[in-house]
Design a protein around this ligand. Sequence first.
Ligand code: ADP
Ligand code: TMP
Ligand code: MG
Length: 209
Amino acid sequence: MRGNLILIEGLDRSGKSTQATILAEKLDAQLIKFPDRSTPIGQIINRYLVDRDFHLPDQAAHLLFSANRWELANSLVESLQAGKNIVMDRYIYSGIAYSLAKKGAEMDSHEWLYGPDRGLPKPDLTLFLTISLEELSSRKGYGEERYEQLEFQSKVKECFLKILDSSDPTIAIVDVDGLSIDEVTGKLWSEIHIRGLDQSSNNKITYFQ
Ligand code: ADP
Ligand code: TMP
Ligand code: MG
């Protein structure tokens, strides 16, 4: 029997980390956050995010975020195989949506952006939190890091909705606008429960193709 891999995606300050922490506790799961700023590559990413004077070409930034996922890929698969549930806070959909929103050259090519993530383990369920930009901008800490500007977030939201395939049964788009933390948890839990993902399974782990 293996553990389940559940991903929470969404815009900056949409409530991902809050919900990932609550769900990890409910599922007795390991919590993995991307970018993982503690690894060697994660430290470069952190500098890029907090210091607007630290420049990287968009292509290089994109590849670093993907490389950061590969740094943890083996241990992630090992944990699942050992029966441990994993809740993830951001993953490849953030990687593609934020780069796609930058526009120009390789950033316009979904194929190019997706390429480096092929082969990573695919979540059993991706929960995408949708929220209005008005509610986002009112949340604490908003605007501190690179990318936290409303105009850019609105492009990212468009890009997320473009790349998240609504016919993929592993993807659920969950509207959390105006909901309390508990109400959001209730909605997410029902998506997990109806798919039986609160129980371990012997399904094969799938990978992004
Ligand atoms: P993210 O990880 O998506 O950036 P966080 O979980 O860190 O978002 O939440 C951003 C801020 O919004 C935090 O101050 C958090 O306490 C608050 N917050 C999270 N969920 C809600 C909610 N449902 N209603 C109101 N505030 C919330
Ligand atoms: P965080 O606020 O969840 O720590 O994420 C930091 C920022 O990094 C956030 O603005 C989204 C962005 N990001 C990417 O641009 N590409 C990625 O692959 C990931 C995981 C995050
Ligand atoms: Mg967060």
